[in-house]
Design a protein around this ligand. Structure first.
Ligand SMILES: NC(=O)c1ccc[n+]([C@@H]2O[C@H](COP(=O)([O-])OP(=O)(O)OC[C@H]3O[C@@H](n4cnc5c(N)ncnc54)[C@H](O)[C@@H]3O)[C@@H](O)[C@H]2O)c1
Ligand SMILES: [Zn+2]
Length: 360
């Protein structure tokens, strides 16, 4: 097992990375969370696979174990589901000392975290992420929330868990398309912060795609290390944390225009290629760098181009991005591979030129 630490200044907590749930109970003991009532929040896909195992591991060490499974999918990520959670918590006598467990992907994590942040003005919660995207990205950093009236993550809170426990073997039951979406975010971490982590992908892509447990543990560990370092330095995204949006200004636009038919990670993959082209136009990365990224994403079966999208529509949609303030679009640009900054000087022509590369 590997352990990392997140320290936002206000809260410090561990991330455990393991290939089973064998040390989960010890993690609860270490955090001083046993002997309380606990509620597992999960979705209808994950519950039948993992919830019994977790319940059996915790049985006898908590005063009460309850479980709530919401209908799997982004469509459930709203205030109505949160309201159902609160009712369930009251029916099951959850109090200020109770603990919530987020068991599932980013949807379970974001909603469980938001419920924990708000129920009785804040109770403890832990993250047990079961998708690669949640393991390398959403379970770390404390962003929680729900969508509202079609606006992604419009209502939420920064709220850190008491610990994150990642069991990488859960990825064996995850559909490959979802695995690939998580890989896009992991590759992103290499581009913005750590060239040697990116090189690991280039050198071990066969093992990674075959879900080799050692390779996956390295991927998850490397991403958590990078993300926890960035959020420890800037919890509330006032500066450095913005670099985590590499590929996202382009990606979010495409995600919205695809009517969310493309997965977030897939949009990040094409968005990353556009961001590399943008960096190339600023003279910081070579065309070989772009080609290498393209080949890697293609190998992982991620999209490297989009069809039937209108460049002007993608550009126009970028003005609706949460990161666009006062009409100024933010684009994360590479200074070199492994070093990024958020740029606010992008002009229409340069942005459209980058989009041309990915629009077929
Ligand atoms: N908080 C953050 O910092 C942050 C960062 C990135 C994304 N997000 C959010 O994360 C969400 C996306 O997360 P996601 O991609 O994990 O989606 P998800 O939670 O919907 O999971 C994807 C699918 O995989 C299924 N699943 C989960 N684990 C499984 C397993 N081990 N085996 C089989 N099936 C499994 C789920 O039921 C679901 O159908 C979005 O709502 C996004 O806004 C949050
Ligand atoms: Zn993302």
């Amino acid at each position: 097992m590997k352990i990392l630490s997140v320290d936002t200044g206000i809260k410090k907590y561990p991330i455990y990375i393991d290939s089973s749930y064998g040390s989960l109970l010890s993690a609860f003991e270490e955090a001083g969370l046993t002997g309380r009532s606990v509620c597992i929040i999960t979705d209808t896909n994950v519950e039948p696979i993992y919830a019994d195992e977790i319940t059996a591991l915790l049985e006898g060490h908590f005063t009460r174990i309850s479980r709530y499974a919401f209908k799997a999918g982004e469509n459930s990520k709203n205030l109505s589901t949160i309201s159902d959670f609160y009712k369930f918590f009251i029916d099951n006598h959850l109090d200020r000392k109770s603990v919530l467990i987020a068991l599932g992907g980013g949807v379970a994590g974001d909603m469980c975290g938001f419920a924990a942040a708000t129920y009785m003005r804040g109770i403890s919660f832990v993250q047990l992420p079961t998708t690669l995207l949640a393991q390398v990205d959403s379970s770390v950093g404390g962003k929680t929330g729900v969508d509202f009236l079609g606006n992604k993550n419009m209502v939420g809170a920064f709220y850190q868990p008491d610990f994150v426990y990642i069991n990488t073997s859960t990825l064996n039951t995850l559909p490959y398309r979802e695995v690939a979406a998580g890989l896009a975010e992991a590759v992103k971490h290499g581009y913005i912060r750590d060239k040697s982590y990116l090189d690991f992908f280039l050198e071990n892509r066969e093992k990674i795609k075959a879900l080799d447990s050692g390779a996956l543990a390295e991927v998850v560990y490397g991403s958590c290390r990078i993300k926890s370092d960035v959020v420890s330095r800037d919890e509330k995204e006032t500066g450095l944390r913005e670099i985590l949006n590499f590929g996202h200004t382009f990606g979010h636009s495409i995600e919205t225009l695809s009517d969310f038919k493309m997965l977030h990670g897939e949009c990040v993959a094409v968005g990353m290629l556009a961001a590399l082209c943008f960096s190339h136009s600023r003279g910081t990365v070579s065309s070989e760098d772009i080609q290498r990224c393209r080949e890697l994403l293609e190998y992982f079966e991620l999209p490297v181009g989009i069809h039937d999208f209108d460049i002007s529509a993608i550009y126009a949609q970028m003005f609706n991005d949460k990161k666009t303030k006062n009409g100024v679009i933010s684009i994360v640009v590479l200074r070199s591979i492994g070093d990024a900054y958020s740029d606010k000087t992008a002009g229409e022509a340069e942005i459209k030129a980058a989009l041309e590369y990915i629009c077929k």
